[in-house]
Design a protein around this ligand. Structure first.
Ligand SMILES: NC(=O)c1ccc[n+]([C@@H]2O[C@H](COP(=O)([O-])OP(=O)(O)OC[C@H]3O[C@@H](n4cnc5c(N)ncnc54)[C@H](O)[C@@H]3O)[C@@H](O)[C@H]2O)c1
Ligand SMILES: [Fe+2]
Length: 399
């Protein structure tokens, strides 16, 4: 077995209506003034009310609301919220929203704890001590930001995503309440779910960094996602399916934050930074291409996933099914790739970058995307080295 380190500092609380325990967790963590970070939709929809009530009831604190967080949040938003939090004397945070809100709150927490400018803290392991208490309540099931050690916000001036990475960025508590995501529209449910699928698959084959801990999380998370993501997408009120996808994306979050992701994420970050495409949808387009690129290097690992998911049995039961030997790694790995592509078609997600709204890729645009992807930390964990030419060809194929 390879040597490994596994770490998960976040307390995870799952259950229907668990959001109304937020105040109890906050009382335990301490804090006298709370900044609640969310987005305008959640405020308007009344989704924040159970959290606010619970905080008032358990701690007597009336949270200060900051709900001006755009999808794909940025440095300006972090700075604006930090000024409000500082002026109000906030010493604890509650973040309620998708990955954009959770990441924004993590970066606000850095600025609030240490002072200074956002840009001073970007990069890996710059933050070396505990931040102020942070509770994360995800309202999408995909990013795993409620448990991860990273946060990404956009720097519009530079057209790139800034990455902040440190184990101290992990929230203290993650509250997974299926009731908080029932309002998520079908397309975003599908796209965010595929983000989690991508975390699992990339993490499972990450270059020498996966471990038995992360393997187990990825496998069970994938099983839950293949089973429940279609249901959660078609029937958003199905709390069992919503709950399963929330738990699965949190498990994927714990896994990838320990072992890394890979080429699909590196390219998705680049495309998202340049063309403001949604992170999950961009992963959905790029994942089959990333898997094909890595195929020869990792097909025995893909085959292990296929075995865990019983894909050979599923294939032999299908109408035109041929039986596949359980020792034929290559064939099993192909079944996983087919399964992923079938899921993407079932979820009606965009199948190429053009459908995603990316304009024609000129040589200049391609070069810029390849530069961004090549410098993205995710690429370090890809199991196969990717040259400039490899990245360029992959993007062309995905277009
Ligand atoms: N920190 C990490 O570990 C990590 C991992 C992956 C992605 N990310 C980041 O997360 C961001 C993407 O997050 P996301 O995919 O969760 O999307 P998002 O947070 O950008 O939200 C997408 C849209 O969904 C809406 N929304 C959110 N919850 C809703 C609900 N319950 N009902 C109705 N609408 C709702 C939001 O208002 C927004 O318009 C990107 O910035 C990406 O870089 C972070
Ligand atoms: Fe992701």
């Amino acid at each position: 077995m390879n040597p490994f380190v596994f770490h998960t500092p976040t307390r995870v609380y799952f259950g229907e209506n668990s959001a109304s325990s937020c105040g109890d967790f906050l009382r335990e963590l301490g804090g006298t003034k709370v900044l609640m970070v969310a987005d305008a939709f959640l405020e308007k929809s009344g989704a924040l009310a159970p959290l606010i009530d619970s905080i008032k009831e358990s701690t007597g604190i009336e949270p200060i609301l900051f709900t001006d967080v755009p999808s794909d949040s940025d440095v300006d938003c972090v700075n604006k919220a930090t000024v409000i939090a500082r002026t109000s004397g906030c010493d604890a945070l509650v973040a309620v929203g998708g990955g954009s809100v959770l990441d924004t709150a993590k970066v606000i927490n850095i600025c609030l704890t240490f002072g200074g400018e956002v840009l001073d803290y970007q990069g890996l392991n710059i933050i070396e001590r505990k931040l102020l208490p942070l509770i994360a309540v995800p309202t999408t099931a995909g990013t795993g930001a409620e448990v991860s050690f990273v946060a990404m916000v956009k720097d519009h001036g530079e057209s790139k995503k800034l990455m902040f990475g440190s184990r101290f960025l992990a929230p203290d508590v993650a509250i997974l309440d299926p009731l908080m995501i029932v309002s998520l529209p079908a397309k975003l449910t599908a796209a965010t779910g595929i983000d989690a699928v991508t975390h699992d698959i990339e993490c499972y084959v990450a270059s020498g960094t996966y471990s038995v801990f992360t393997d187990s999380l990825c496998l069970e998370s994938l099983r839950l996602l293949f089973e429940f993501l279609p249901q959660a997408t078609i029937d958003g009120d199905n709390l069992e399916a919503r709950g399963a996808t929330l738990v699965a994306s949190c498990m994927a979050g714990v896994a990838f934050t320990n072992s890394g992701v890979g080429i699909t994420h590196a390219l998705a970050h680049a495309v998202g930074a340049k063309y403001a495409t949604h992170h999950g949808m961009t992963n959905a387009v790029l994942l089959p291409h990333g898997m094909r690129f890595n195929f020869e290097s990792v097909y025995p690992r893909y085959a292990r996933i296929a075995r865990f998911l019983d894909l050979a049995v599923e294939a032999s039961n299908s109408i035109d099914g041929n039986s596949i030997s359980s020792s034929d790694d290559r064939a099993l790995a192909h079944l996983l790739l087919n399964k992923v592509e079938a899921l993407l078609r079932q979820l009606k997600l965009p199948l190429n970058l053009r459908e995603l709204g990316v304009p024609e890729l000129t040589d200049e645009n391609l070069a810029e995307l390849v530069d961004l992807a090549g410098a993205d930390p995710a690429i370090m964990f890809n199991p196969r080295e990717a040259s400039v030419e490899d990245l360029t060809q992959l993007l062309k194929r995905a277009y």
